[in-house]
Design a protein around this ligand. Structure first.
Ligand SMILES: Cc1cc2nc3c(=O)[nH]c(=O)nc-3n(C[C@H](O)[C@H](O)[C@H](O)COP(=O)(O)OP(=O)(O)OC[C@H]3O[C@@H](n4cnc5c(N)ncnc54)[C@H](O)[C@@H]3O)c2cc1C
Ligand SMILES: *[C@@H]1O[C@H](CO)[C@@H](O)[C@H](O)[C@H]1NC(C)=O
Ligand SMILES: *[C@@H]1O[C@H](CO)[C@@H](O)[C@H](O)[C@H]1NC(C)=O
Ligand SMILES: *[C@@H]1O[C@H](CO)[C@@H](O)[C@H](O)[C@H]1NC(C)=O
Ligand SMILES: *[C@@H]1O[C@H](CO)[C@@H](O)[C@H](O)[C@H]1NC(C)=O
Ligand SMILES: *[C@@H]1O[C@H](CO)[C@@H](O)[C@H](O)[C@H]1NC(C)=O
Ligand SMILES: *[C@@H]1O[C@H](CO)[C@@H](O)[C@H](O)[C@H]1NC(C)=O
Ligand SMILES: *[C@@H]1O[C@H](CO)[C@@H](O)[C@H](O)[C@H]1NC(C)=O
Ligand SMILES: *[C@@H]1O[C@H](CO)[C@@H](O)[C@H](O)[C@H]1NC(C)=O
Ligand SMILES: *[C@@H]1O[C@H](CO)[C@@H](O)[C@H](O)[C@H]1NC(C)=O
Length: 670
């Protein structure tokens, strides 16, 4: 799109939509008619310098908070206006700046004397517009008597669908997929007299539909010293989108999708999508299918693609061919910690652009949309199969078969494929390996059969039968993805995960280090024998076509195996038992994996919240230093926080049990 169109669109910007319906607000006996006349944003406030470096804004992005809106509110002598103001030289001069507020103190939570009184929340709600401010209620409250919304049928629905239907968590303003980190204060129960509390869930959430609302929430949280959370879908493995007492920005409804058949932007020329921050994988893939192109997104069906996923790097069934999702970004629109709305691209705020592509969610601002490359339509071949021990297949033979498989990890990613497999102990001494699926973009079925033939020959030579072997071929990505990746289970409170990006060098016994290969296989075998469940991805992120310079963890560029493991405990386990299990996972099972590749790392979005030296592991040491320095510059307030995010080491949460860190406590500066 021509750059001038963006300016035109902004000049014609809709009125500050929430005020379209007549409302009024009475504060200190002054009645203020809240109409478009009093608070319409001025087009002149638009930052025109970024107009060359991105595509047209979405309608949701043209509704912006400006200095003139604030000036009008101020002129009306509305108390507390400074709470919604930007941080800039002007406000600093009037003494309302919060620039220096971040000291050794804690963020305020309900009950603290400095926590905003309800009148202030009412003003905030009115400024946001009808229905946007949500006083949060835990998703499972209908299972309890103490929220006044008890319902046996609702509770039965939640109980039955809690762990197999990630849609219900993504569609809720606060629910998260890994409730352990929320503090398990309101799980579905059949004992309604138990107490359900907010625990680590935020106290208020803003269901945002435009940029102005995000700016108001960011300014309010910064000025009032509130903990700020950004929730998209709640998939993050360490519970990054929860926080006790917080104000949450819920991006789920930013669903716009725009396709460009031939976008010319910042040196790129080709098909592209601009996608709102709330778009989920299934929605993006449906759109790509409709337009006959392929996009780089995750395998998980309900993951939000343009939030934590792409900000954390984002691995994809297409990664071995095209790289990480973050490698596809052409530009992003972002609300910064100071409240300003800017473009991040190679030609606009390039430091921000670098940091946002792999430096993690909830750190540098709130992304409202992302423009990404798309690729031509391609065929996909898929295979599924399994092996199991028992009968003639002894445990040792099973592991010989696994060893044979691991040898091929570099071969398979060199062929551009991505596979998703489990290894579990189904009974003591009995093991199961399921390939579900082996995903081969661009390959015909015959090519996939040829690729897998040497592995099957090795297994035949060992005498290990291949079970349930099937092949499929599709002329497009969507069908292969939709039919073969599962809707994964979530919401489970009886396990904890950790992961490792094992380097290619660990899997080259013939041409590289056979001792290292043997040690790596032994470390994987050890944890499975101990009861660990492995869900792993044979993936590379070092495509033949290269990749841009961005903040993606450098460990991704060397890996051929992203392996997640989990430790579990009984549903009735006491706190000490759970804590001991969590510590065992980190300090024993994971330590054995780390020892095989101490210089490597782990994927921040599917990680261990207790990861030692997370800075090196999730970001790479050099990148971390650069990200941390940039974080101080763009967010000197420490407004954005998430566990293991850049700068999180400067904060702690009160009232923690060692081994089970949760977001159910007050966030305080170290
Ligand atoms: C079932 C399942 C399947 C998965 N599949 C994959 C996969 O195939 N590939 C893969 O790479 N990962 C996968 N993941 C991991 C996934 O990428 C992470 O959970 C990721 O954090 C999800 O991002 P989200 O925005 O949807 O979720 P959230 O948990 O809501 O957000 C994650 C983090 O990003 C921040 N954030 C969200 N939106 C924004 C925004 N607009 N601006 C700034 N910060 C924001 C949040 O504050 C939080 O810190 C999967 C996870 C699960 C549970
Ligand atoms: C508001 O008006 C009422 C009634 O006129 C008066 O009692 C009260 O003191 C006023 N409050 C303020 C803050 O001026
Ligand atoms: C501010 O108020 C004046 C007077 O009501 C109005 O003309 C102007 O459009 C308003 N400006 C903004 C940015 O809302
Ligand atoms: C937009 O790009 C053109 C051509 O590169 C340049 O001349 C112009 O100054 C740019 N405008 C802005 C606002 O950056
Ligand atoms: C706001 O306060 C100033 C100074 O007290 C006063 O002059 C002005 O009339 C007030 N404006 C409104 C809209 O009440
Ligand atoms: C949820 O559970 C109910 C049973 O209570 C079932 O009928 C329904 O299909 C489930 N919904 C989904 C989306 O899985
Ligand atoms: C989840 O499980 C319930 C009952 O156990 C079932 O009715 C429902 O269809 C399942 N939903 C999905 C999405 O698999
Ligand atoms: C197990 O091995 C024995 C001896 O080689 C053989 O006779 C038998 O058929 C094998 N069983 C299976 C299920 O392959
Ligand atoms: C690795 O293990 C295999 C199989 O156990 C063994 O034959 C080989 O000698 C080992 N190699 C090294 C270098 O330890
Ligand atoms: C091979 O790996 C082993 C085990 O990690 C290590 O001790 C050894 O130094 C490595 N050999 C070479 C040649 O790198």
């Amino acid at each position: 799109m021509a750059p001038s169109l963006r300016v035109a669109a902004l000049a014609a910007a809709a009125v500050f939509a929430p005020f379209a319906s007549a409302q009024s607000l009475t504060v200190d006996n002054t009645t203020i008619p809240a109409t478009a006349d009093t608070v319409a944003p001025a087009a002149a406030d638009v930052d025109a310098t970024s107009s060359n470096s991105t595509v047209d804004l979405f309608s949701s992005e043209t509704v912006q908070l400006t200095g003139n809106v604030i000036a009008n509110l101020t002129a009306l002598n509305l108390t507390s206006v400074d709470l919604f103001d930007f941080d800039d030289e002007t406000t600093a001069a009037t003494g309302s700046s919060s620039k220096c507020r971040r000291s050794t103190q804690c963020k305020v939570v309900p009950g603290n004397i400095l926590y905003p009184i309800s009148l202030v929340w009412d003003i905030f709600g009115l400024l946001l517009g009808p229905g946007a401010l949500i006083k949060t209620v835990p998703l499972a409250s209908p299972c309890y008597t103490n929220w006044g919304d008890q319902s046996a049928s609702e509770c039965a629905f939640l109980t039955n669908n809690w762990s197999n239907d990630s849609y219900i968590h993504a569609d809720d303003p606060t629910s998260i997929m890994w409730p352990l980190y929320q503090g398990l204060t309101c799980m579905p129960t059949d004992t309604p007299s138990n107490k359900c509390t907010l625990g680590g869930f935020p106290s208020y959430a803003v269901s945002v539909s435009n940029v102005a609302q995000i700016q108001l929430a960011v300014n309010f949280a910064r000025n009032a010293n509130l903990r700020l959370v950004v929730k998209n879908t709640g998939h993050d493995f360490v519970g990054k989108s929860s926080g006790a007492g917080a104000l949450s920005i819920w991006t789920h409804n930013l669903k716009q999708i725009q396709f460009f058949s031939n976008l010319k932007l910042n040196g790129y020329s080709g098909p592209a999508f601009k996608l709102g921050a709330g778009v989920q994988a299934f929605e993006m893939y449906q759109a790509a299918d409709q337009y006959g192109v392929t996009v780089v997104g995750g395998e998980g069906k309900t993951v939000g693609v343009m939030g934590g996923y792409i900000l954390g790097g984002g691995h994809s069934p297409m990664s071995s061919l095209y790289g990480m999702a973050a490698d596809q970004v052409l530009s992003m629109e972002v609300v910064l910690p100071n409240g300003q709305f800017v473009t991040a691209s190679s030609t606009s705020n390039p430091d921000l652009f670098w940091a946002l592509r792999g430096g993690g969610g909830s750190t540098f601002g709130v992304v409202t949309s992302v423009t990404v490359k798309a690729y031509p339509k391609l065929q996909v071949s898929v295979s599924t199969f399994n092996i199991v021990s028992g009968g003639n297949v002894t445990a040792d033979l099973f592991w010989d078969a696994m060893t044979a498989y691991f040898k091929y990890l570099p071969v398979f990613t060199d062929a551009g494929t991505y596979s998703y497999f489990d290894i579990i102990q189904i009974a003591p001494g009995t093991y199961y390996f399921a390939m579900a699926p082996f995903f081969a973009p661009k390959l015909s079925q015959a090519q996939l059969e040829t690729l897998l033939a040497p592995l099957f020959a090795d297994w035949a030579a060992l005498g290990v039968p291949v079970n349930a072997l099937e092949y499929f071929n599709y002329d497009n990505f969507y069908d292969g993805w939709n039919l073969h990746f599962p809707l994964e289970s979530v919401g489970v409170a009886t396990l904890k995960t950790a992961s490792r990006l094992f380097p290619r060098a660990n899997f080259e016994p013939a041409t590289g280090n056979a001792t290292l290969f043997n040690e790596t296989v032994a470390a994987i075998r050890y944890v499975v024998e101990q009861g660990s469940t492995i869900l792993a991805f044979n993936i590379a992120a070092n495509p033949a076509g290269g990749y841009p310079d961005n903040a993606v963890n450098p460990a991704w560029r060397k890996t051929v195996l992203h392996a997640i493991q989990a430790i579990s405990w009984d549903a009735d386990a006491d706190t000490a038992t759970v804590a001991a299990a969590c510590l065992k996972l980190t300090n024993d099972w994971q330590a054995r994996w780390r020892a095989t590749c101490p210089e490597a790392g782990a994927y921040m979005s599917e990680a261990d919240i207790l990861e030692p030296n997370f800075q090196q592991s999730f970001y790479g040491s050099d990148n971390y230093a650069r990200l941390y320095a940039y974080k101080q510059k763009v967010d000197p307030w420490g407004l954005f926080y998430a566990p293991t995010a850049v700068g999180s080491e400067d904060w702690y949460i009160t009232g923690q049990v060692e081994g089970i860190p949760t977001q159910n406590g007050q966030l305080c500066h170290v």
